[in-house]
Design a binder for this molecule. Structure first.
Ligand SMILES: Cc1cc2nc3c(=O)[nH]c(=O)nc-3n(C[C@H](O)[C@H](O)[C@H](O)COP(=O)(O)OP(=O)(O)OC[C@H]3O[C@@H](n4cnc5c(N)ncnc54)[C@H](O)[C@@H]3O)c2cc1C
Length: 508
């Protein structure tokens, strides 16, 4: 079936990257259509209900939702807002047989109290992190590197060395060697690493601990879903359209120019511009698989490391159970720091428990559990050659869930076990199935030394086909993908001589 309506822009996927692009463009009068295969918008930040408990896919909160945060800034620009509550972090971190507790407001003294022999090194750690962050935040938002001319790139490189020496020396390097040089106590290193995944660049940990240290995590009162829902409201107010439960099968390309999309239900939609918020791999290898122009991009991403997915389990815990105010728990094997991601098994992988903020009328606790296990674990979780999830997959999933739950209960105690009401588990294969994000990755590319800072542009070699979201500049995370939409929209609107940067700056 071919529909006659022609759109200015068709967007494949209603993740925060796709929705934000639609919001920026529809605000300027563009006729926009967003097509989403799921029954709700938001991609990785959707929320859902199970047995009276509300769950978010994984985020515990966002610092960018603070009053002056980037997400708040984008939402303000769209003329919408979400009501938030501050989430002061209280962390309990198990490493080997040790059990540590940290409170946001007293973070540094909690570190010193529990690792008194490392006091001097802890001081240095906090000082170093502060220096890296002040260098990073100086100089305003970066220009996308692919928009820089050679001279600008050189200038940027020299300026970075001169003005951001600490960031360059430490921030962009893998964290583990730096932490090993800083601290003698392996448990302390394990505690620091527990706020991320192994092998991340040092900056990743600086950022995550800074968020705790400054006590600036905010959570939408109505759950994470409130963020995409607010953006959808703005798109609708500006006459943009969102089609849910509709999957794009193919991006239609004629003579190297994107013309529209064909959906699995047979409908075709035509537009001057097509934007894909689907993963870059899915876009070039499935949706636009015949486009020869995309071959260099296909090759360049083929072997690139991606951010690992995880088994994500959603656990209802009885209202009777008292977490003692703890809202983040990490369980680290004593040797986790020596393992590569590919060596993780259910018996040694890091486990995080996020105790979510509850809606006023919810009695029991919602706990989201992340167990970092690779997509490739056990032959892609015992899926068949064609990726089918049969009996073996279900059996393995259930076995791994039990191992993870047992590891948690061993640390948290039998009271906790008795308080478990239900557990719904998902694997990286499920995350991929729901979002088409490659291997279920939820932050785009791996954030290690070889990958961090290498950006893919929004523009592709197929005319009028663009990418948006966690795989393109400036990368993953909710604020990151909203920024990727901003940069893309700036480019698209510039074709009509609309200066989005000016408008955005004037609105702040
Ligand atoms: C456990 C977890 C923890 C996280 N922690 C943080 C954090 O602390 N801070 C932070 O900022 N971020 C965090 N994130 C990451 C953040 O949520 C993601 O980076 C971001 O939401 C990705 O947005 P996106 O727009 O790139 O893509 P996605 O959210 O993947 O959206 C893509 C959308 O496109 C749709 N789609 C794909 N293909 C098609 C098709 N062919 N037809 C129709 N629709 C299609 C999908 O269904 C999906 O809705 C976390 C995520 C998870 C899951």
């Amino acid at each position: 079936m071919t529909l006659d309506i022609k759109y200015d822009v068709i967007i494949v996927g209603a993740g925060m990257g796709g929705l934000s692009t639609a919001a920026f463009l529809s605000k300027e009068g563009k006729k926009v259509l967003v097509i989403e295969k799921h029954d709700k918008p938001g991609g990785f930040i959707t929320s859902f209900q199970r047995k009276g408990c509300r769950f978010d896919i994984g985020l515990e909160g966002l610092m960018e939702l603070s009053e002056n945060g980037d997400i708040t800034g984008f939402l303000n620009y769209f003329g919408v807002s979400v009501e938030t509550v501050k989430r002061t972090e209280k962390l309990r971190i198990f490493t080997g047989d040790k059990d540590y507790t940290f409170n946001s407001p007293t973070l540094k003294s909690d570190f010193i109290k529990q690792f008194p022999l490392e006091e001097e090194a802890i001081d240095k750690f906090f000082d170093l992190n502060e220096k890296i962050l002040s260098e990073m935040y100086s100089g305003g938002a970066p220009k996308p590197p692919y928009e820089m001319r050679l001279f600008e790139k050189l200038k940027f490189g020299i300026e970075s060395m001169l003005k951001r020496p600490t960031l360059m020396k430490y921030g962009m390097k893998n964290a583990y060697p730096i932490l090993k040089k800083t601290f003698k106590d392996r448990d302390l290193i394990n505690v620091i690493i527990s706020k991320g995944i192994c092998n991340m660049v040092y900056l990743g940990y600086v950022y995550r601990w800074d968020v705790v240290n400054r006590d600036i995590v905010y959570y939408p009162i109505s759950g994470m879903q409130a963020i995409p829902d607010a953006v959808v409201k703005n798109i609708n107010d500006n006459y943009g359209q969102i089609l849910l439960n509709t999957e794009v099968k193919e991006i239609l390309i004629e003579n190297g120019v994107a013309k529209g999309v064909e959906c699995t239900n047979g409908s075709c939609y035509y537009g001057d511009i097509v934007v894909s918020n689907s993963s870059v791999h899915y876009t070039v290898n499935k949706l636009a698989k015949d486009a020869q122009e995309l071959e260099p991009l296909r090759k360049s991403i083929e072997k690139r490391e991606i951010y690992p997915g995880a088994m994500i389990n959603f656990m209802g815990v009885s209202r009777e159970y008292d977490f003692g105010g703890v809202n983040y728990i990490a369980i680290m094997d004593k040797d986790t720091i020596d393992l590569d991601f590919d060596d993780y098994t259910p018996y040694n992988c890091p486990i995080w428990l996020i105790v979510s903020e509850k809606p006023k009328d919810q009695l029991d606790h919602s706990v989201t559990i992340l167990a970092y296990l690779p997509y490739k674990y056990h032959n892609n979780w015992d899926t068949g050659i064609d990726g089918t999830r049969g009996e073996e997959y279900r059996k393995l999933k259930s076995e791994v869930e039990t191992i993870i739950t047992n590891r948690i209960c061993k640390k948290m105690g039998e009271d906790f076990r008795k308080s478990i009401l239900f557990c719904v588990s998902s694997t990286p294969v499920s995350s991929e199935r729901y979002t088409y994000s490659t291997e279920g990755a939820f932050m785009g590319w791996m954030m290690n030394e070889g990958n961090y800072g290498k950006f893919i542009p929004q523009e592709t070699k197929v005319n009028n086909l663009y990418l948006v979201g966690q795989w393109v500049f400036p990368g993953g995370g909710v604020a990151g993908v909203m920024a990727s939409a901003y940069y893309l929209s700036k480019k698209i609107l510039a074709l009509d001589n609309i200066d989005l940067e000016k408008k955005y700056k004037e609105s702040i």
